[in-house]
Ligand binder design. Structure first.
Ligand SMILES: Nc1ncnc2c1ncn2[C@@H]1O[C@H](COP(=O)(O)OP(=O)(O)O)[C@@H](O)[C@H]1O
Ligand SMILES: [Mg+2]
Length: 287
């Protein structure tokens, strides 16, 4: 059994802590190697599975990434998570589906690609103070903006530019992100594994470490785990791995996104979870 751990050209050898995954796969009879997803010389059909690990540039190369997934489908190369889940998860309009299914998401107004939007009128109608806009297809807080609703007109050009390339989400800003932070709960093989709390740098709102954010492991209480697990249960298929991100207001969890493509695994603060991750992937690969 040979698997490719799909990564990007910036991280050809994965993170140091993720290199530890390779011997864990070997122990389970699976030969794993890191492979750059858009390296044209790769013979994908020579792998039994492609496991998406750190394809962190895909949202800059959306058409190419979609074409790669289509090519894997054509070659009958299976992926983990499944192609269906990967494609479903690329566009944050999936949040609308989850909300319709009963999930508590951050209140969101959704716009499809090419839609018309009068940002100032929308924000005035909602009575929102600080506002977040973000592309429906994005990652790492790319093209995600926070501004005072009164300054909406200044962002009209930006949202129009985003809407030419993808859908768009408009949300009220949740200031809890600057206080407690954004919680990320990991589920491997459908079971809860561990959680991290991420906070932005002072004067920023983005929790990603590329933007100066920091993270720590934390003990999620049963209520929080249950709310995140309910999100996983509403996905179109059972994922081998999932990271559920959101913000707490009191004991209520508001979903920000579910990451089923390339969640950073935070194994640096949870080294023993590498075994759990590899077990979940091995289960998916061997069945
Ligand atoms: N409604 C919101 N309130 C507060 N912070 C937000 C909100 N939406 C996004 N953010 C911030 O922007 C970051 C990126 O948004 P997110 O929806 O997670 O997209 P992605 O991680 O795919 O870029 C979040 O991690 C958070 O720091
Ligand atoms: Mg995010």
């Amino acid at each position: 059994m040979r698997i490719a751990l799909a990564t990007c050209s910036r991280l050809p050898d994965l993170y140091a802590e993720e290199q530890e995954l390779l011997p864990l796969f070997a122990k389970r009879g699976i030969q794993a190697r890191a492979v750059i997803w858009n390296d044209p010389t790769v013979d994908w059909a020579s792998y039994d599975r492609v496991v998406i690990r750190s394809t962190w540039d895909y949202f800059h190369l959306v058409a190419e990434f979609r074409a790669w997934l289509a090519r894997l489908r054509q070659l009958r190369v299976r992926t983990v998570n499944s192609l269906r889940l990967l494609e479903w998860n690329m566009d944050k309009l999936y949040l609308k589906t989850l909300e319709q299914g009963g999930a508590r998401i951050i209140p969101t107004v959704f716009f499809e690609q090419g839609a018309k939007l009068d940002l100032a009128a929308l924000i005035a109608a909602r009575g929102w103070g600080r506002v977040i806009v973000k592309p429906a297809v994005s990652g790492g807080a790319f093209e995600t903006y926070l501004f005072d609703g009164a300054r909406a007109a200044d962002y009209q050009g930006k949202v129009e530019a985003i809407l030419r390339g993808s859908g768009l989400l408009v949300q009220p800003f949740f200031p809890e992100i600057e206080v407690e932070g954004e919680c990320s709960l990991f589920f491997f093989g459908g079971e809860y594994a561990f959680a991290v709390m991420k906070v932005p740098a002072p004067k920023d709102f983005r929790v990603q470490f590329e933007h100066g954010g920091t993270f720590r492991r934390f003990v999620a209480d049963d209520g929080l785990i249950a709310q995140a697990l309910a999100v996983v249960a509403r996905l179109p298929q059972k994922p081998a791995y999932a990271r559920v991100d959101g913000v707490r207001r009191g004991s209520d969890f508001f979903l920000m996104e579910v990451e089923l493509i390339e969640p950073y695994l935070h194994l640096a603060v949870a080294p023993e979870m590498a075994e759990r991750y590899v077990d979940a992937i091995s289960q998916a690969v061997l069945h």
